[in-house]
Design a protein around this ligand. Sequence first.
Ligand code: UDP
Length: 325
Amino acid sequence: ERPRVLVTGGAGYVGSHVCKALSAAGFLPVVFDNLSRGHRRAVRWGPLEVGDIRDPAALARVLTRHRPVGALHFAAFAYVGESVENPLSYYDNNVAGTLTLLNALTLFKVRALVFSSTCAIFGQPGTPVISEDLPKNPINPYGRTKLMVEAALTDAGEAGDLRWVALRYFNAAGSDPDLEVGEDHDPEPHLIPRVLMAARGRVGALDIFGSDYPTPDGTCLRDYVHVCDLADAHVAALNRLLDGGASGVFNLGAERPISVLEVIAAAERVTGLGVPVRQADRRPGDPPKLVADSARARSELDFRPRFAAIEEMVEHAWRWQQTNA
Ligand code: UDP
């Protein structure tokens, strides 16, 4: 019997790719997901328990049934724009939900937790690349909810209740190259899938949110990191905790700044299609530049992105869209 791990939000985009990697590494991922954003068909490597992290009784049932050796926590709302429009639902799900989960894990003596965090906790630091210890001044509610959870984890860890790793993703992108799972948001706000949908004529012209940023081509720079590379980092983080390693925070990116226009150009090369575009206003909450310094993850989690080129991420996302349209 393989060791079981609880994966909240395991029916979602990053969570489902992590389940595949966990299974390949010898674990049995037990997905706990309310399916509000995730998909039943994305749960392929272990059981699905439908439930909400804000429901202590549902958590207790699942923890009693499966007795996991550790947990990975993805269940959260994760759209910057939506968090600006509807902040209280973000605080409720991301903060209150996580506290309910942490209480349940403590009760059941699950003491190893990998948490899905984000570069949005930094806001816009004044340095070209972002290392772990820079000041955290999130500029949107989404980032604030994730920073609050990191604070709770830090304090719980110091009180001796928990060992944890927070992985701060920059821009998760791409899809499983085997096409077993992929990116399926509805609505889909993320740049790469939207660019590909625009290329296929599904969404009209792609809005470019701001062309007057203080960047070389005027559009925002992001650090796109392949979801399968993120998945490998989660397995490494879990193994570190199960081997008795210390708690910690890690920034995960491919460490390359890519502009909105560069994503569009990559999509045109990969698809051979033109992407219709339209200049639009800046989107509230968007910082001009977010690029990771992942040196700590490279040295402590052996983080070595296999798919660091934007073309590979766009190519895998494109294959997924073509087979799952
Ligand atoms: N973006 C855009 N048009 C879109 C979607 C996104 O110009 O239709 C821009 C967005 O303003 C940001 C970048 O693309 O600068 C990445 O946005 P995404 O929503 O993919 O990720 P985020 O950085 O918000 O997590």
